[in-house]
Design a protein around this ligand. Structure first.
Ligand SMILES: [Zn+2]
Length: 375
């Protein structure tokens, strides 16, 4: 195991270099999608797409990291460790690996969950030709999370809005409705955006350019931050039943948590069931003419309240605009807390997250090869 990935403080550049080196070991073919903005340390940012194995394979295992930027350190770690441990000769001749490394590279580099537009990419995959939905509940508590809460005294006053509303409709319901996403406050949280972002367009381009030979694919989107500490969850998130979901239920049995999304739906997984615009949904729709299975791995970390969440404090600091990269205090500590929330600096957490993720990758490859599981 690469102890560097397990132990060092992560950076975009270091993780990218490790990933590209691991790809090169297998003579992988890499495409680089350059991001228009620079990283936190002035570096040029890319989403890298690596293909490994037979270029004409009909079956592909597709792994996406970094949809939520800062969660990309976990995803990158697993992509790199998997390639480092891969025996290319054991890969079925008709199966290829396609690893999409850091689809939101700006967020990964700047240690933000969102992208350069303050957009939660996992709420952004909607049809922008239709009228955008208004999140009425969000209006009630918007000032708890936007620049009106930057000043600590005002912040505490605004928090009462949250407590009042939680007392009325219940904390779980309020949280669910807020995390569902909103289009009305560009400086708020869980902002879904008003256009298809760079990462959205790039992911669509990558999928439009999948190998022509691809007939079947299993895709996994790697996340952290929801669920219990040290408990990776394998999930299927979809607004409708489709053949790949049935196949996933058979393949993974009780390991699979299925979240059916629709307005007002709730879920006890920690992942919102009311979201419109999930990456998973876009991919299921885009791949409807293929034998396709879309999965999410979500590794649980800490479970703070929304008001005490590092996400909120880092967000308010970022809005303040004095030190958006968090190079000085207090920004540095706030960035560190955010990173700790989404990529705990705990050897056992990282090992469990990695081992479980590797098992799922292995299981998917066996299924692609044999059409069944006997893992
Ligand atoms: Zn996530």
């Amino acid at each position: 195991m690469d102890t560097y990935l397990m132990n060092e403080r992560p950076s975009y550049t270091a993780y990218r270099e490790r990933f590209l080196a691991a790809v090169q070991r297998h003579q992988g073919r890499v495409s680089h999608y350059e991001h228009p903005l620079k990283g936190r340390d002035g570096e040029t940012l890319y989403t890298d797409v690596a293909e490994i194995g037979n270029p004409d394979a009909t079956k592909w295992l597709i792994i996406i990291s970094g949809t939520h930027g800062v969660e990309g350190y976990y995803g990158s770690m697993c992509q790199t460790l998997y390639l480092q441990g891969l025996d290319l000769h054991s890969l079925d001749a008709d199966t290829g690996l396609l690893f999409i490394h850091l689809i939101n590279p700006w967020g990964t580099s700047w240690l933000r969950r969102v992208n350069e537009d303050n957009v939660d990419l996992n709420r952004n995959f909607i049809d922008f030709t239709r009228p955008l939905q208004h999140n009425d509940e969000y209006d009630n508590i918007a000032s708890v999370f936007n620049r009106e809460a930057i000043e600590p005294e005002q912040r505490r006053i605004n928090e009462q809005l949250w407590h009042d509303r939680a007392a009325e409709i219940g904390e779980t319901s309020l949280r669910s409705q807020i995390t569902a996403g909103q289009h009305q406050d560009p400086e708020g949280i869980f902002y879904a955006g008003q256009f298809a972002t760079w990462s959205n367009q790039t992911l669509r381009t990558i999928f439009a350019n999948l190998p022509k030979s691809c007939k079947q694919a299993i895709c996994m989107d790697l996340h952290t931050g929801a669920g219990d500490f040290g408990h990776p969850m394998l999930m299927a998130i979809t607004d409708h039943d489709y053949p790949g979901l049935e196949a996933a239920k058979k393949l993974f049995g009780p390991w699979l948590y299925t979240v059916h999304t629709a307005m007002g739906n709730t879920s006890d997984t920690g992942v919102s069931a009311s979201v419109d615009g999930y990456t998973s949904q876009m991919l299921i729709n885009a791949m409807h003419d293929k034998d396709f299975m879309q999965l999410v791995i979500e590794c649980g970390t800490y479970s703070p309240s929304m008001l005490e969440h590092s996400l909120r404090f880092e967000h308010l600091h970022y809005l303040e605009g004095n030190d958006p990269g968090g190079h000085q205090e207090p920004g540095h500590s706030l960035k560190s807390a955010l990173l700790e929330h989404f990529f705990p600096h705990d050897q056992q957490w990282r090992e469990i997250a990695w081992v479980r993720t590797r098992q799922i990758f292995d299981q998917a490859l066996v299924y692609l090869r044999d059409g069944q599981t006997h893992y």
